[in-house]
Design a protein around this ligand. Structure first.
Ligand SMILES: *Cc1c(COP(=O)(O)O)cnc(C)c1O
Ligand code: SF4
Length: 445
């Protein structure tokens, strides 16, 4: 199967598109001037049910919808397009709107950037002691784009928002000096958009006999199984990839795919089953994660079904995330109490083998905060929370409490219950004072 992708420039040539009403096509056109849009032939031909596209989860996952923009932003962009076809003018209007959409939530760009020999390593984030994130510059795209993507700003070409780096050399040097880092997580975009040749360059240092890092697990954050399972079946370098994975695992390194699956509709094709089988045969472990988002997967039955299907395919449920505060969050946001209800009801309906999943979890500046539930203490209704991961490892696994708020969709609006501050707040403010001098220290996103 040959990969063929469509973006705002040529989506009109998708055969199924011609049957859509003009209004839907107009909406796709306007929204995709601001937010990234890309879809491919596998998604179009094997995942979307075109007879029922309005309610189809994968159509909603990949095709822009009008309501993803606030009405004033949509109208402004539509008016600009009506007025002119000048590319420069349209991109000015579009960039202005983009900057109003919180393009870099939770300090993705500037925080947690390590220093080596006084040089900032822009392709690396080291927030949690044992795990470093690596954004290889060659993996900053995906086989299709998710409408709710929180890394969307990287794909629309606002140069200063890109935080990829070219060389592995500095990263390896950093990891050699930081033996506490056992896990290296390749992320993006999707690192599995890389060709074999390029990907091999990035992992070679870890399988070489000269390896002096303490990397024991290499994780790959990817949606390739969902968007392009043919990667490991019919792509030219499929066999090379599988052989390389086998080499890595035979060195005693745990190679884990952190596979992003949003909906059970992604789990039914022969290509997917076959691809998972091939990967498993190389010793790759597959864990799964996704945000919970309105219009796509905000029902407990969907999650229970998804976890069970994943388990049947030998994939281990890992995280349920809350959608981040960026881009089209207003459209996709699920209130925190509702996310917990979805999680709880789904969790209650699966057996122990699926209960490896943790969530719902928010990746905020201080750490990953899990909503353990809603409870009442001294007649006060509260959210019970805990860190799954924390900037300070000592914060992890300690329950803490926030005032219940049925409208809350993110950590930034939660207020501590009982106490004046969250237990980690003082340290967090101190951290920001020492590292940053901007207004961000006022709140944690
Ligand atoms: C989630 C995450 C990790 C990985 O955390 P684990 O709990 O080990 O899966 C690493 N870095 C950042 C910034 C993260 O958000
Ligand atoms: S796969 Fe991940 S990085 Fe790529 S578009 Fe989807 S959410 Fe964004």
């Amino acid at each position: 199967m040959n990969f063929k992708s469509y973006t705002s420039g040529n989506y009109n040539t998708i055969p199924q598109i011609s049957k859509l009403p003009d209004e839907i096509k107009h909406n796709i056109e306007i929204v995709s001037l601001i937010l990234p849009f890309k879809v491919n032939n596998y998604v179009i031909d094997e995942l979307i049910d075109w007879d029922n596209y309005e309610n189809d989860p994968i159509f909603n996952l990949t095709f822009p919808q009008k309501e993803m923009l606030l009405p004033q932003h949509f109208n402004e962009m539509a008016a600009a397009k009506e007025q002119s076809n000048d590319k420069k003018y349209l991109s000015e209007v579009s960039n202005k709107i983009r900057l109003e959409l919180n393009p870099n939530p939770a300090g993705q760009k500037e925080h947690n950037i390590p220093l080596i020999d006084n040089v900032k390593l822009y392709g690396v984030q080291h927030k949690y002691r044992e795990t470093a994130l690596f954004f290889p510059s060659a993996g900053q795209t995906c086989h299709s784009y998710c409408t709710y993507c929180f890394r969307w700003a990287q794909f629309v070409g606002i140069q200063q928002l890109k935080f990829a780096m070219k060389e592995t050399e500095l990263m390896v040097k950093y990891l050699e000096q930081h033996q506490e880092v056992t896990d290296l997580l390749f992320t993006g975009g999707d690192p599995m958009t890389m060709s074999y040749k390029v990907f091999k360059k990035y992992v070679d240092p870890f399988i070489s006999d000269q390896n002096k890092t303490n990397i024991q697990t290499i994780r790959i954050g990817t949606k390739v199984l969902s968007y392009w399972p043919y990667k490991f079946l019919t792509d030219d370098d499929a066999a090379d990839f599988l052989k390389l994975f086998e080499t890595i695992t035979s060195k005693g390194i745990n190679l884990a795919f952190m596979a992003h699956f949003t909906h059970p509709a992604e789990l039914g094709t022969e290509a997917l089953k076959h691809s998972i089988q091939k990967l498993r045969n190389t010793g790759v472990q597959i864990r799964t994660q996704s945000p919970v988002v309105k219009h796509i997967n905000d029902k407990p039955e969907i999650w229970a079904d998804m976890w069970r299907k994943q388990e049947n395919l030998n994939c281990i449920p890992y995280y349920m995330f809350i959608a981040r505060n960026t881009g089209a969050q207003h459209y996709f946001a699920v209130p925190l109490f509702k996310a917990w209800e979805i999680f709880r009801k789904a969790y209650q309906n699966v057996s122990g083998v699926c209960r490896t999943v943790r969530g719902p979890s928010m990746s905020c500046t201080p750490g990953k905060v899990q909503i353990l539930g809603v409870s009442e203490i001294n007649q006060e209704k509260v959210f019970v929370l805990r860190f799954i991961q924390g900037r300070n490892p000592d914060w992890v696994a300690r329950p803490f409490f926030a005032k219940y708020d049925e409208n809350a969709i993110w950590m930034d609006t939660l207020k501590p219950a009982f106490e004046e501050n969250f237990f980690f707040a003082e340290e967090e403010v101190k951290y920001f004072r020492e590292n940053y001098y901007d207004s961000e220290m006022e709140s944690f996103e």
